[in-house]
Every structure is written in structure tokens, then in C-alpha cells.
Design a binder for this molecule. Structure first.
Ligand code: HGY
Ligand code: MN
Ligand code: MN
Length: 407
């Protein structure tokens, strides 16, 4: 199967016809269809297919127990109305790179595996990278049991409904101990490669980032009959906090986003009783991130007090800065630079986006390849990468896997 035909097969799964975006949320029907596709790809290639205790899918070439395995892959789930590339490009490219290596008659000296990590985006339960966090022991079973979607369905019940056993979830050090290196290919979520004129880059670091929930609680009342002076309107303090987030992020050279909001009772003619907003904030270093989030929290408390509104702030997730393994990164640069002019180096890029490779970097050597995105747009139906660049990404991944697993 070519890159093109695999891509075409995945393309309709979970795509909303009105928005053109993807709604592939963990443990839903669209996710199940993506998983079936993964299993079929594994079996069509004679790979050993397995699902680990956290619901991540694996396709093995060689003996999984032999150790020092080279693993590649990414995720197939999406944000609400996400693009086609964030995640799936890495999984499709992994199968295509294996096909390329087989056509080169590559002689593997180590086991090779392709992985689809579950629930990378956290669109349904609010926490990103659940599959890799559980595996790495960065999310406890108790914490995972408390994850609940917007309809009140817990993660264990959602897994069960999708036909998986939630009683098995938990840290999986034995699995990680089998892996010598993990390389994730991903569409770039910025324009650095477009600006430098390169098709492929290597990841240097991931910014520290997190999600905070702000609950502003006021008093529901009639929109027509309640005097302005008598209101305790949480929407006002929420709105002022959104502006403060922008201001604090600009001051610190960071980013801060309120992208999700729940309003109760959510009636046109009712002053809200609750406004719940989620802050996503990221910065190049921890100190800056602390400054931004601290500034936003302080402003939010002052606005809440001014409007007679109660405020609770909960940090729902946090990922510290990730510096990818320098030795592995240099190895990738050496492999990818060997056929080019020594003056032409593969660019090394930092990113504000989180990835399973970042989560696993605390346990095993990990690295990432980025493929050019001509507009930089991501987490949107407009996300795009040219097919030529995707194919260049497959070749680069095949070169890297050959360099790591065939020596
Ligand atoms: O960066 C994110 O929001 C997610 O982990 N992809
Ligand atoms: Mn993403
Ligand atoms: Mn992704």
C-alpha cells in the first residue's frame, strides 16, 4: 500500500461533513474505526499486533521481548474539528517507512514497532497524552479513574463500552524497558520549515505547558428584570480574565488561550450562575510560564471579587519542559545530513505543542521529525502538508529507522 492509498483510506473516518474537521475522540466509534484501520495495516504486513494494558496499539516486526527495540508512531485521535495530519501523518508514515525499508531489503538487527497511542489530544476527558502518560507512570490509575467526559462518562466506562478492559490500566515499565529509542514523525505546527525552505526538521525541545480550569460562580437571575447593580454575573469576570490572559502572555512573550467554555444555565435571557473556562498556557521556560499563569490568576481573583463572584482555579494537567535526548537527536541529524552538503544542516526546531514523544522522554530516549506545514495552521480543518513533503518525511523516517534498527 502506498502512502497515498493509506492516506485516502483514513481520510473519511470521523470527518464532520459540515465543518470538514475531524472528531476522532478517544473510545468513540470514529476512534474504533481508526483502530480497526491500524490493526488491518499491521496484519496486512504480517506484523505481530497487540493492544497494551492502556489501550495503545502496537505492530511488531521481530520479537517484542528481544529488547532494544526501535519504535515509531504517533496518534490517530483528534481535537474537536481538527485537521487530518496532526497524529495520522506519523502513523501512516510509519507504515510507509517500513514498506520502504522492506523494498530496500533492509536487514533489521533490532525489533521494530509501530505504535498508535490512545487519547493524545485529550479532547474527550480533558487531559492530553493519556495513553503514554499511563504507560510512563505519569498518570496514576486513581487519577485516570476520575477522568470524566462532558456527559459524565468516566474513562473506565468509556474504555469498557469500546470493548477494552479498564482494570488493566497502569504504568508499564516492562514495555518501556524493551524500547531503545522512540521516534515520532509529526506535521509541523508552525511555519519554521516553510520559512527556512526545508521539508523536514528535527525536534529540539517542547515548551512547558498546562491546562487550568477556572470556575466563576455567581447568581442566576432574570436578564430583563435584574438591575445591573444587583447582579453577580460571572461572565463579566470571565471576560476580563480572557483579556488579562492575552495581556500577561504578551508581556512575557508566551501564549495563553481560553478555548473552551461551559456556561450554566446557558440561556439567552438568564444571567449565568457558572462560567467555567479552561486556560491553556505555554512558554519557553518554566519561569515565564509561572509568571504568566500567576498574573492571570491574580487578575481573575481581583475581577471575581469586584463582581461578587466566587472563583476556584484547578490545575488539570502540567507537562514540564522537554529537552529531547541529545545523543539521539544528533544521531538523527547525522543520518539525515549524510547525503547533503555538510553546510546544509537539518534544522532543529522547538515547539509549543505537546506530544507522546515528550511524555516518554522521561523514561526512554525519544526524538521527533517534523514535516513542513506551508501555513503553520494546526488544530483546524485547514491544517495541511503537501504530498511531496509527506513523502520526503517518509523517506527521512525510513532513513532514520534504517540507521537505528539495521546496524
Ligand atoms: O499540544 C497539545 O495540545 C496536544 O498535546 N497535542
Ligand atoms: Mn494536536
Ligand atoms: Mn499530535
Amino acid at each position: 500500500m502506498t502512502f497515498h492509498s493509506m492516506w485516502a483510506e483514513l481520510l473519511p473516518i470521523g470527518r464532520d461533513s459540515a465543518s470538514g474537521g475531524y472528531r476522532r475522540y478517544a473510545w468513540t466509534g470514529a476512534d474504533a474505526d481508526c483502530r480497526t484501520w491500524f490493526q488491518e495495516q499491521a496484519e496486512a504486513r504480517g506484523l505481530t499486533y497487540e493492544v497494551d494494558r492502556n489501550g495503545n496499539q502496537w505492530a511488531w516486526l521481530g520479537d517484542p521481548a528481544a529488547g532494544n527495540a526501535v519504535v515509531t508512531g504517533s496518534h490517530l485521535d483528534s481535537v474537536p474539528d481538527g485537521g487530518a495530519f496532526d497524529g495520522p501523518l506519523g502513523v501512516v508514515s510509519s507504515f510507509a517507512a517500513l514498506d520502504e525499508l522492506r523494498s530496500r531489503n533492509a536487514r533489521f538487527t533490532k525489533p521494530l514497532a509501530i505504535v498508535n497511542f490512545g487519547d493524545e489530544e485529550g479532547a474527550r476527558f480533558g487531559l492530553a497524552c493519556v495513553g503514554s502518560r499511563l504507560t510512563a507512570g505519569q498518570l496514576t490509575v486513581e487519577q485516570a479513574h476520575r477522568l470524566t467526559d462532558g456527559d459524565g462518562i468516566t474513562l473506565p466506562r468509556a474504555m469498557e463500552a469500546a470493548g477494552y478492559d479498564p482494570d488493566t490500566i497502569g504504568a508499564d515499565p516492562e514495555r518501556l524497558a524493551r524500547i531503545g529509542a522512540f521516534v515520532e514523525l509529526h506535521v509541523e505546527q508552525g511555519r519554521a520549515l516553510d520559512l527556512s525552505g526545508d521539508r523536514v526538521g528535527i525536534a529540539g525541545a517542547i515548551w512547558p505547558h498546562g491546562r487550568w480550569r477556572f470556575d466563576f460562580r455567581g447568581e442566576a437571575n432574570h436578564a430583563g428584570t435584574t438591575r445591573l447593580a444587583d447582579r453577580r454575573d460571572p461572565m463579566l469576570s470571565y471576560a476580563e480574565t480572557v483579556l488579562a490572559a492575552r495581556r500577561e502572555a504578551e508581556l512575557a512573550g508566551a501564549v495563553a488561550t481560553f478555548g473552551k467554555i461551559v456556561v450554566e444555565p446557558n440561556g439567552v435571557n438568564a444571567i449565568p450562575s457558572l462560567v467555567r473556562g479552561w486556560l491553556d498556557s505555554r512558554a519557553a521556560d518554566q519561569e515565564r510560564l509561572d509568571t504568566v499563569v500567576g498574573g492571570i490568576e491574580k487578575a481573575a481573583r481581583a475581577y471575581a471579587e469586584a463582581h461578587g463572584v466566587d472563583l476556584d482555579i484547578v490545575r488539570e494537567s502540567f507537562t514540564p519542559v522537554v529537552e529531547f535526548d541529545h545523543a539521539l537527536r544528533d544521531e538523527l541529524a547525522r543520518i539525515l545530513g549524510k547525503d547533503t552538503d555538510p553546510g546544509l544542516k537539518v534544522p532543529v526546531l522547538g515547539t509549543g505543542a505537546g506530544h507522546d514523544a515528550g511524555i516518554l522522554s522521561g523514561s526512554i530516549p525519544t526524538a521527533m521529525l517534523f514535516v513542513r506545514n506551508p501555513t503553520g495552521v494546526s488544530h483546524s480543518p485547514a491544517e495541511h502538508a503537501a504530498e511531496d513533503d509527506c513523502v520526503a518525511g517518509v523517506t527521512a523516517l525510513a532513513d532514520v529507522l534504517e540507521g537505528l534498527a539495521c546496524r
